[in-house]
Design a protein around this ligand. Structure first.
Ligand SMILES: [Cu+2]
Length: 397
């Protein structure tokens, strides 16, 4: 095993020096590593450390005392959280599902018959803005802020004392259905869906691929969320009865269909590393990441379709708490990408506020507002492009 630092002379220190104006050094590329290092996560872990060193250096020069590299929240991968913290995390999620809405007014309620809980306010807000937060300039920043608000609710409304965990897809590529996330014990994120046999491939027209059936398909049957009722969606699931209106009340169980095909095809260490290192411009990085480039799913779509069930619904996917761990990893990869070349990438944006610019809308600027509906206050885009901006103060481990 060798690190690129030994091969190319590109050390974290020289990358840091590039950040302060010394020309010559550049952010690493996949080609700086061997195929084995890319495939086994060595390259990913190496550049993650470089990104953290750059971040630490950069934050250290900002003259802030309230939020520093050392006192920032440090988000962790799900399986590194202590069992008791994992339990407290899922308990606090159930608490949000049992809590009445906090933002929707009595006057608004008739327009949102499916919003029954504080948790549903998140789902409804994502449904409402679906076409303004995907394949737009603010895809990364909006979802970053969305999961931040959710984490703050777990803490402030439901007494959670841990950090928002993320799901490192690559750790589960061999058999995601056997991941500790889905073991179904009290410390997991709930089980897979109950297995439904004798299913055939489904052809996905939009992505032009055959989707093989996953390893579940039915309701989550043990552990956390096996007894929860989800109320909104689905709006666009293949082979499901979808609702007729966006906020229709449609109570049902939480379904999953953990599907190794997607994780193995779109979310390996090689996929992650190539996406992160070989797209140096934000317009390419965000497109490839979301499956609007050569791959029909990208890291973002691959994780969603691996979950199956609710996670595959473009609009109502936050119905499955797995959404927030998946988007934690999305945010982590974006954060690493940004910090590998802070001065060029931290505030780089490209695109409009409509999906694929359809209907056409103005190019977004950092002064634009990102709307959060029932979730929280609208925020300035530029304040949330940085994990130390706005009221954010976190980094990944
Ligand atoms: Cu989304």
């Amino acid at each position: 095993m060798r690190f690129s630092t030994a091969v190319t002379g590109l050390t974290a220190a020289t990358v840091v020096s590039a950040q302060v104006g010394v020309s010559g050094a550049r952010a690493p590329l996949t080609s700086d590593y061997t195929a084995t290092e890319v495939a086994d996560g060595t390259a990913f872990n190496n550049v993650s450390r470089m990104a953290l060193e750059n971040m630490q250096y950069n934050i250290g020069h900002r003259n802030t005392t309230s939020c520093t590299y050392d006192n920032a929240e440090q988000r962790q991968e799900w399986r590194t959280l202590p069992a008791a913290t994992r339990k407290s995390f899922t308990d606090s999620i159930t608490c949000l599902m049992d809590m009445p809405p906090t933002h929707m007014t009595a006057e608004e309620a008739p327009g949102y018959p499916g919003v029954k809980s504080r948790y549903d306010e998140y789902v409804a807000t994502h449904i409402n803005y679906t076409y303004n937060i995907h394949d737009t300039a603010d895809f990364f920043a909006w979802h970053r802020t969305f999961i931040h608000f959710w984490e703050q609710d777990l803490i402030n409304l439901c007494g959670y004392t841990g950090v928002l965990p993320y799901w490192n897809w690559a750790l589960d590529v061999e058999a995601p259905q056997n991941s500790p996330l889905f073991s179904g014990d009290a410390y997991s994120l709930g089980s897979n869906g109950k297995y439904i046999a004798n299913r055939t491939d489904i052809y996905l027209y939009e992505q032009s691929i055959n989707m093989p059936p996953g390893t579940g398909g039915g309701c989550v049957y043990s552990g956390p969320f096996s007894n929860v009722t989800i109320n909104l969606g689905p709006l666009d699931l293949p082979n499901e009865v979808n609702v007729n209106s966006s906020f229709q009340y449609n109570p049902r169980c939480l379904k999953r269909d953990i599907n190794p095909f997607f994780l193995q095809t779109y979310n390996t260490y090689t996929n992650i590393t190539e996406t992160m290192l070989d797209n140096i411009y934000i317009e390419d990085f965000q497109d490839i990441f979301q499956g609007y480039g050569s791959s029909p799913f990208g890291l973002h779509g691959g994780g969603h379709y691996t979950g199956g069930g609710s996670m595959m619904d473009f609009h109502s996917s936050p119905s499955d708490p797995l959404f927030f761990l998946h988007h934690g990893m999305v945010d982590r990869v974006y954060t690493i990408w940004q910090n590998l070349d802070i001065y060029r990438r931290q505030t780089a944006i490209s695109g409009t506020s409509t999906l694929g610019n359809s209907p056409a809308s103005a190019e977004m600027t950092l002064n634009d507002t990102m709307p959060f509906g029932f979730v929280g206050p609208d925020v300035r885009f530029g304040d949330y492009i940085d994990t130390f901006g706005g009221d954010l103060c976190y980094r990944y481990d």
